[in-house]
Design a protein around this ligand. Sequence first.
Ligand SMILES: [Zn+2]
Length: 320
Amino acid sequence: MADAIAEGHTSFKLFMIGMARFDELAADYLKVMAQAGKHGALTNVHAEDQCLIGYLCEQMTAEGKLGPKHFPDSRPREAEGLAVQRAISMAKYAEAPIYLVHLSCEEALAPIRQARAHGQIIYGETRPLYLHLSRERFEEPDAERYVGWPPLREASQMQVMWDGLRSDNLQTVATDHCGWNLAQKKAGKTVDELLPGMSNLETLIPMLYSEGVGQGKLSLSRFVEVSATNPAKLFGLYPQKGTIAVGSDADIVIFDTKKDVTIRHRNMHSRADYELYEGFQVTGWPTHTLSRGEVIVENGTVLGNAGRGQLLKRKRFAPL
Ligand SMILES: [Zn+2]
């Protein structure tokens, strides 16, 4: 870990779920957190409690409750809340900062709010699906497309997430982008076999702007903070990234705040063969995307060449 950090890889992700054998190896993971903190890295935590999830998945499979309709009940809000509380306590004694990824509900936000109020260095992220979609989607045909870990929640939680962003209970919005196609999403049969993740990178900014700033849920400056400034600061890229200033990379999105767009899969560039927000109407869409001063996307046409990306050596963690 010390070598990776010295080379500029200053964050790690830790999963509290079965695939990482978290419950079995929790003592080692606690040392991982401490080690990361000691060397100036930020530990990202996927917080869902495997004990509850494993029990529920087993029970539901035995009862023949298969498929996406039953999926949200297999990973309840309490499983997320329980894991967040555990991660916060572990981080406290590891004396390490943590960043809780893709949070979806009040059960996760409440312990973060409390720990932050007590001065613990903790950050929270949500992802677009928890702001824009709710669990009723699992009643639709091909509902496997909505499967993510954690699941879509009750509609009431969407407002909770917006409030969390506005009040600095959450600091960032990020996509966890996974460009699966529908056949891949539909391969799993039991609730625990359903493939999590979806393509949603291209719609991140227009949906956040239209639903957030456009609907009065976020200020324009908070929109920039949660989508650009805070991620750059938290992950050691500021001020090279995350700000428009002399000496910074000219990574700039020029955004037409008046442009009305109906989101359609056929206009997207992902290899996924479906669109999460098919038919959603948004006001506001990027016209130009610049990377290091070069226009790489103009009015939906990709101009940047493959291979122009550069590995960034990130700085050690500093609190926001
Ligand atoms: Zn995750």
